[in-house]
Design a protein. Structure first.
Length: 298
């Protein structure tokens, strides 16, 4: 584990090993039981060029709890983006104000990697187009670790719009690092290569220990699909309680959930649903990430 800044940005898991994941889990589990006294000596700029609830609020809380004053730039309204200023210029102007670190959510056309290389402070990815959402994958890892002692060989089925999901991309990287067996269940047009694939949801649920649902990400579709596009075969149906929840299967979802589409409200609030635990772990995971950035360990 490096002791000085060898990477000043965290955009994906390219430079991560199992040691990084162990360090991450050790800090995240520590911050759950040991709240820190807060003294705001540093500043964290949160640049959210795309909408967010969970990631933005949890990074804001995590920054505060780790001693950063969180300075929030969110959306277009009442900012100079309305006057035509570019996202790149906005980023550079925020950097000129000398925050101690920057947390960014943006679309995939935003040159996050190039800008991060030029910055001399840590840049953390809070969701980058369809490409990656690594802090989501870390909170998912923490949630799975709370439930299963040993993740090696855990059977995780990802269901829904896999192809357009940055959550899936980052989760697949973490799953590979910690030996989780990952499969997908999706309509043909929304599948990706390289994974065990189920064309039938019930068959997939018979295989899985954890069912991770994704919403249909219409805003990232490059062309229009027919209304349901085959997803109706992958939506949760009540009779699935019998052979999944009742045999101790767990349900996850990164949010936001569209009730009546990928899941029902009933299953989201079922004791076997980990969805609100994922949200709670979002703060701990992001605190751990901020601490690793502070240590120069990412
Ligand atoms: N899971 C997630 O990224 O949610 P938000 O878009 O609300 O941050």
């Amino acid at each position: 584990m490096p002791s000085s800044h060898s990477f000043d940005f965290f955009l994906n898991f390219d430079s991560w090993s199992r040691d990084h994941l162990s360090r991450f889990l050790s800090i995240a589990q520590q911050v759950k039981i040991k709240p820190q006294s807060i003294s705001l000596k540093k500043t964290a700029s949160l640049l959210f060029f795309e909408s967010s609830t969970r990631t933005r609020v949890s990074f804001e809380l995590a920054a505060f709890q780790e001693g950063y004053y969180p300075s929030l730039f969110s959306g277009k309204e009442s900012t100079s983006l309305e006057k035509g200023e570019t996202l790149e210029d906005t980023f550079e102007n925020i950097l000129a104000m000398q925050p101690d670190l920057v947390i960014v959510r943006a679309g995939e056309s935003f040159p996050m990697q190039d800008l991060a290389k030029q910055a001399h402070i840590p840049i953390l990815n809070a969701g980058w187009g369809v490409l990656s959402h690594p802090s989501q994958a870390l909170l998912d890892l923490l949630t799975l670790k709370d439930q299963f002692q040993d993740l090696q060989g855990l059977r995780l089925l990802v269901i829904g719009d896999v192809k357009h999901s940055r959550v899936f991309q980052s989760l697949a990287e973490v799953a590979k690092l910690c030996g989780i067996e990952m499969a997908i269940a999706a309509p043909r047009d929304f599948q990706v290569d390289g994974f065990k694939t189920f064309d039938d949801l019930e068959e997939g649920l018979r295989w899985a220990q954890v069912a991770y649902f994704l919403r249909i990400q219409k805003e990232r579709h490059s062309h229009k699909f027919s209304e349901q596009a085959g997803f109706e075969n992958f939506f949760w149906k009540e009779h699935q309680h019998q052979f999944f929840l009742q045999r101790n299967g767990f349900v996850m979802h990164p949010g936001p959930v569209n009730y009546g589409s990928e899941l029902s409200r009933e299953v989201c609030r079922h004791p076997q649903s980990l969805i609100l635990k994922q949200v709670a772990n979002g703060v701990f995971a992001r605190r751990a990430l901020l601490r690793m950035a502070q240590e120069g360990a990412i």
